[in-house]
Design a binder for this molecule. Structure first.
Ligand SMILES: [Zn+2]
Ligand SMILES: [Zn+2]
Length: 676
């Protein structure tokens, strides 16, 4: 047994050396085993990386305690975590930490470690989701139609055969993807293998989770961020102890400590929430593919609106594409109609046209339901003085403040800054204040005046912040206790309301004008998903899209994916953007603007000295130039060869970081999903 160990600690990029004292000797440690070590004045959990025979560190400190000699995680999961650390350039300690149920699982005090509470059996599977209350009532599989049967046969053959096999399941909204998932999982269980199911933002998809609960009962463990540390620990233990063979949850459910995984399902694989945007910036869908390869397992990426990257991988044969081109029970796709917002004469109220109002009226008469989608919460997105042009911006960020009428406040949606809504201008004392644009709160207000007898609900971050609030809204829609649901992208997420026959998109332009090369793709996905919420029952659906640019090519093809894909890929190719190239986005922020700019220029000029094919773009101010009191700059690295890209970056950073850059915040985003 060597005397020294190399360990990783939480978010710190470098590794540390410690001595194993005689009192703790004679144990062999495995990668990822947890130790308790002193760091500065504190005691920290450290993850064992390797044993070493010698170290040149003077006054080396002792390991205080060995929490476990083997990692509680399966070996292939440890391999995945190592890959994440290497690929995303994230400290291994941070990645390890992300894979454990909760940092407070072990309480660390100077006196030592306090062990986690004993598992409470009766609480298992009570994962906090009301949706799972019916767990135990197991519903039988539904008959598959021909398309579903065909897809099921292909995927289940791959499970039977064993080995790595990636599928893209491209099924239009309402085509019955979930039933295919359920039966594929059943197949894996029959082969004594488990399943990991990733869903975007689990709290927003209670109906989907309920379907899994109804089919598999307490074989399921649900992992999501709304669980208390104890519930999360229990769900994690349930998987580890093989009491649960299906783990379902948001991106971190990929780290479920499952011994034998037969299939990984990534539902709505295009969803932006699969990319973690803080701490370890990994993409759970991409990591799922890597994990399936390590495991020799089947992975199914499902979507009605696949990401361009995944669809492209299907066309070049990296993934096997399966399609469900039709809705179940031969239900037709909804009829789509564009409404030109430039014809102001047609506006009955701000952003509500005669045509849309008339359509809502008709649905109410028929006792059917309506969904209205608007991509902004609050009453009005910006405020302007009609006399001097003064704008109201956040004091900490370069963004306009949103007017929230009910709270009589102006709010920053980025940093939470708020102030009382003004009655006159700070600059000229004028009282002619102009409220520009439209948000969910305003649409709700106008709809209530226009239809005083209708039962109106709103679903956005403001109305769903309380526990159970989201579930209440979904239930009211299901039980037909509401007529009109107004909401942000939350309403687009996988809900299945059979009585919704009209989806109205109040203004389709907002996300389209975003300064990001993915804005068309995002808009297409969002609108196609909202459109997909209608006509899911026996009744025919209708979609009305209001826009200032009805001639935009995106609106001409929606919701057909293929023509959109072909056009968009043309643009991506011309501009050399993914999937034709790889990107790394460097973000530099500093409290002082001139420092942020100077440091960015320094780093960019170092990177630009590379003699390879790697392009270095920038530095340029980020689209949001100031956020939470820090000035932001960006550098974009572009290149076809990912390894070359990273080696250029690493060499550049080595030189740049020779001098400590204390006040500078540097973020490295590999395969960035957002360029803001
Ligand atoms: Zn003014
Ligand atoms: Zn702000």
């Amino acid at each position: 047994m060597p005397l020294y160990v190399e360990v990783a600690i939480s978010h710190i990029p470098r590794l540390f050396h410690y001595r194993i004292p005689a009192s703790l000797e004679a144990v062999s440690l495995e990668l990822g085993a947890r130790l308790l070590v002193p760091l500065g004045t504190r005691v920290q959990i450290a993850y064992f990386v390797r044993s070493i025979d010698q170290t040149d560190i003077e006054n080396i400190k002792d390991v205080l305690e060995i929490i476990d000699t083997t990692s509680p995680l399966p070996p292939l999961l440890i391999k995945l975590l190592q890959w994440i650390s290497d690929y995303y350039l994230a400290p291994i300690g941070s990645v390890m930490k992300a894979a454990f149920p909760q940092k407070s699982q072990y309480k660390v005090t100077t006196a030592g470690v306090i062990k986690p509470p004993k598992q409470l059996k009766e609480k298992l599977s009570q994962a906090g989701l009301d949706a799972l209350q019916s767990a135990g009532v197991v519903t039988p599989p539904l008959p598959l139609n021909l398309d579903q049967q065909h897809v099921y046969n292909e995927i289940s053959a791959a499970i039977e055969k064993g080995g790595f096999s990636p599928f893209l399941l491209h099924g239009v909204t309402g085509s019955g993807k979930t039933e295919v998932y359920l039966q594929v999982i059943q197949k894996a269980l029959e082969h004594h293998k488990g399943a990991i199911v990733l869903v975007p933002e689990i709290g927003l998809t209670p109906q989907l989770v309920a379907r899994f609960g109804n089919r598999f009962g307490d074989k399921i463990a649900v992992l999501h961020s709304k669980l208390t540390p104890k519930q999360r620990y229990e769900a994690w233990q349930k998987i580890k102890n093989k009491e649960a063979s299906i783990a379902i949850g948001a991106r971190s459910a990929l780290f479920a400590p499952m011994a034998s995984v037969g299939v990984i399902i990534v539902d709505e694989e295009h969803d932006a929430s699969y990319k973690q945007e803080e701490s370890v910036r990994y993409h759970a869908r991409d990591a799922a593919i890597v994990y399936a390869r390590l495991l020799g397992a089947v992975v199914v990426l499902g979507s009605a609106t696949p990401s361009l990257e995944s669809f492209y991988n299907g066309t070049i044969g990296k993934y096997k594409t399966c399609s469900l081109p039709n809705r179940v029970e031969e239900r037709p796709m909804p009829k789509i109609e564009m409404i030109d917002l430039r014809e102001r004469a047609s506006w009955v109220k701000p952003f509500l046209t005669q045509r849309l109002i008339f359509a809502i009226e008709k649905r109410l008469e028929l006792h059917e339901q309506v969904i209205l989608f608007i991509n902004r919460r609050g009453h009005t997105p910006s405020l302007l003085c009609g006399d001097c042009g003064q704008k109201w911006q956040c004091g900490n960020c370069a963004v306009s403040l949103t007017f929230h009428k009910k709270e009589k406040k102006l709010l920053c949606h980025y940093c939470g800054f708020q102030q009382a809504s003004p009655t006159d201008c700070v600059n000229c004392k004028g009282t002619r204040l102009l409220f520009l644009g439209v948000g969910t709160e305003q649409v709700e207000e106008e709809i209530r005046t226009l239809f005083p007898l209708a039962r109106v609900l709103r679903m956005d971050r403001d109305t769903t912040s309380k526990k159970g609030a989201h579930h209440k809204i979904v239930t009211a829609m299901e039980e037909k206790e509401a007529d009109i649901l107004i909401g942000t992208q939350m309403v687009a997420k996988g809900h299945d309301f059979p009585w919704v026959t009209l989806a109205g998109i109040v203004c389709a332009d907002f996300s389209l004008n975003f300064p990001d090369f993915r804005s068309s793709e995002r808009t297409f996905q969002l609108l196609a998903q909202v459109a997909g919420r209608t006509g899911r029952g026996a009744l025919l659906g209708e979609v009305l899209i209001q826009t200032f640019q009805p001639e935009h090519e995106l609106f001409c093809v929606i919701p057909a994916f293929k023509p959109f894909y072909n056009t968009e890929m043309g643009y991506r190719k011309d501009a050399n953007y993914p999937p034709f190239t790889r990107l790394i986005l460097l973000g530099l922020s500093h409290k002082k603007e001139e420092e942020a700019e100077k440091k960015s220029e320094q780093l960019a000029s170092i990177l630009k000295k590379n003699k390879s094919s790697i392009e270095v773009l920038g530095p340029a101010p980020a689209p949001i130039t100031r956020l939470r009191n820090e000035y932001r700059y960006q550098i974009l690295l572009k290149g076809k060869d990912h390894l070359l890209l990273k080696s250029v970056l690493k060499k550049g950073l080595d030189i740049f970081l020779e001098k400590p850059q204390r006040a500078l915040r540097l973020t490295i985003d590999i395969d960035p999903q957002n360029l803001i």
